[in-house]
Design a protein around this ligand. Structure first.
Ligand SMILES: CSC[C@H]1O[C@H](OP(=O)(O)O)[C@H](O)[C@@H]1O
Ligand SMILES: Nc1ncnc2[nH]cnc12
Length: 290
């Protein structure tokens, strides 16, 4: 029976995880540069959990400076089978109130100052991002969220902005007019890179504010984000533990969305002209097909 190894990328306000059995810190080296830090690894029942705070301990890295490639590579090297992203977001719609959780199903990527692919010069690949979230993992996370008593919304579009400054009023209204539900700065290219690594990815978005469009609510600030996060991070931690315990009771067969095999027909460059240096760096990400 294949077991689950759940990678968890902790966002703003979630820098550590407690309650792991046999907890240990591991330093994993990546050919893609320096990851956000060491991973914390341990067990919850039969599930192995690998935790990495994406901004680093002490929140040292801005959304632009997170090395998303190294983080995903490290989780792949750690043997993760799936990745759960925990993220603070602003709400772009009245129905998502601070303190509530949105289980994202789509993204619009407006980030522009980040490395977005493991592939490129010397080996070109195109994977589908039509359905960026793993439905199975997201569904299980949603059940876990409900069972710990959080107010949960199924589905939602997350607009990824570059930051680090928050949006202008006009931008916030523009994203609302596009039908976006929440806004954040980190989940792209993370989700794209997870897909290239053939790792199912799901996002638990924790609403911390109404960005700056709402007539009756304060504009977003770090102060109000942290206040809401400190009130709600316990829910996120309980959700992770409940999800992991539940996964431990389920065999992990490959899902039905083809995520674990998405590189089968994605690579355009024939073996004889691939760049050997890039091939060596891709050992963990694409070793299955190289
Ligand atoms: C402190 S508010 C802005 C910050 O919070 C979110 O980060 P994460 O997704 O890691 O929780 C947002 O994307 C910004 O990076
Ligand atoms: N309003 C907002 N905009 C961008 N990222 C956020 N993270 C939390 N709230 C946010």
């Amino acid at each position: 029976m294949t077991k689950w190894t759940l990678g968890v990328l902790g966002g703003s306000g979630l820098y550590e995880i407690d309650g792991l059995e046999n907890a240990r810190e591991e330093h994993i080296v990546s050919p893609w540069g320096v990851p956000s830090g060491n991973v914390m690894r341990g067990n919850i029942g039969d599930v192995e959990l690998v935790f990495l705070p994406r901004h680093g301990k002490g929140h040292r890295l801005s959304p632009t400076h997170v090395n998303y490639r190294a983080n995903i590579d490290v989780l792949k090297r750690a043997g993760c089978t799936d990745i759960l992203s925990i993220s603070a977001v602003g709400s772009l719609q009245q129905q998502y109130a601070p303190g509530e959780f949105v289980f994202i199903d789509q993204f619009i990527d407006r980030s522009f100052a980040r490395e977005k692919s493991f592939f490129g010069e010397g080996c070109v690949a195109h994977v589908s991002m039509a359905h960026p979230i793993c439905e199975r993992l997201s569904g299980l996370a949603l059940e876990a969220g409900k069972s710990v008593g959080a107010t949960c919304h199924k589905g939602g579009t997350y607009l990824v902005m570059e930051g680090p400054q928050f949006s202008t009023y006009a931008e916030s209204q523009l994203y609302r007019s596009w039908g976006c539900d929440v806004i954040g700065m980190t989940n792209m290219p993370e989700a794209k890179l997870a897909r290239e690594a053939e790792l199912p990815y799901a996002t638990v978005a924790m609403v911390t504010d109404y960005d700056c469009w709402h007539e009756e609510e304060d504009d977003v600030s770090v102060e109000n984000v942290l206040k809401i996060m400190s009130q709600n991070s316990a829910y996120a931690k309980e959700l992770i533990k409940t999800l992991a315990a539940r996964l431990g009771t389920m065999p992990r067969e490959n899902g039905t969305q083809g995520i674990e095999t998405c590189l089968d027909f994605a690579i355009m460059t024939p073996p004889e002209v691939r760049d050997p240096e890039l091939m060596a760096k891709l050992d963990a990400i694409a070793g299955r097909v190289l």
